[in-house]
Design a binder for this molecule. Sequence first.
Ligand code: NAD
Ligand code: UD1
Length: 335
Amino acid sequence: MNVLVTGGAGYIGIHTCVALLEKGHTVIVADNFCNSTVDSVNKAMEITSKEIVFYHIDVTDEQALESIFSQHKIDGVIHFAGLKAVGESIMLPLTYYFNNIVSTMLLAKVCLKHQVNRFIFSSSATVYGEQKVPFIETLEPLPTTNPYGETKAMSERILTDIAKANPTFSVSLLRYFNPIGAHPSGLIGEAPNGIPNNLMPYITQVASGKREKLSVFGNDFFTVDGTGVRDYIHVMDLAEGHVAALDNLTAGVHIYNLGTGQGTSVLQLIQAFEEANRLEIPYEIVNRRPGDISSSYANVSKAKRELSWTAKHDITAMCRDAWRFENNREQIKIR
Ligand code: NAD
Ligand code: UD1
């Protein structure tokens, strides 16, 4: 298939491009590089020895989208493009609603016009809010505590309504749990700008000496050791989940959790990282981060049943691959 990957230069997008290319698909990337660089696209081509056609465009620019759809016969789209920093979304709600919602609507509009009927959307486990774990797809989404989360819930509803009104349109809403890790080559991975918001990139920056110590946000949650529990998934497993969703897409709307089904606490992740990489991660316990929930992990039986997909990498592999990528980046900077 010819697959248009919006936001394809970003962290999850580029790993998905590699997985698609390795399965024989043709990949066209559209990205404005607001949170990535063309370097990742070059690295993905190096890994796979295959070509990626890429367009430096904003997905909120309808003319630019039109131009891509008229130049290529697109069979399906995977829509990763979006802004994703929770704290920033509270400061800049209009920026987040505009970027994340308008991009989804325009992409769907152009797909309908060009009869492109396969649409895969990057949603998030954040739409579940705080409810009983494991989260299963039949649970009703709850209002989230921030505009970022709302853009995911709204995009899900918009795409659902579009699919209802257009019976040949097929949509897969993929609710990611916590992607971490990197391609085993160490060439592509997560490279956040500034101070990382998420746990694993913070840990790898402490490991490299860029940050002094990790702040553990609260140890008074009702969990195994009091620290927050999440379902960490290797980004290559997540990437394979997209290929499976695309290959198995049928008309209508399909929601899938993409996680491992296993919960890991912050302290357990620190310990796993230390053991996997023989490094010490200094940390201190601080107050809870506002908006954080206690536990989030997936019921993954639907993806297994309908997509024949399950995550394969364990926490040790995630920790090793995350560190290999960060360590490579640091070595390149030193040289
Ligand atoms: P990322 O920031 O690394 O990638 C997003 C990409 O989209 C970047 O390359 C960015 O430059 C591009 N982009 C943003 N707005 C654009 C626009 N208007 N036009 C063109 N390109 C644009 O983020 P990621 O971690 O790879 O996340 C990908 C998607 O998955 C996002 O929609 C995110 O909200 C969602 N998601 C991520 C996580 C996570 O933990 N990383 C969890 C759940 C959902
Ligand atoms: C966060 C976002 C969520 C988003 C997800 C993926 C918030 C409130 N939630 O989720 O909307 O979908 O990222 O981008 O920001 N932790 C520390 N110290 C740190 C960083 C994190 O202790 O420096 C803890 C957190 O309290 C949490 C766990 O580590 O228990 C994972 O945090 P994080 O990686 O930010 O992911 P989420 O909180 O699941």
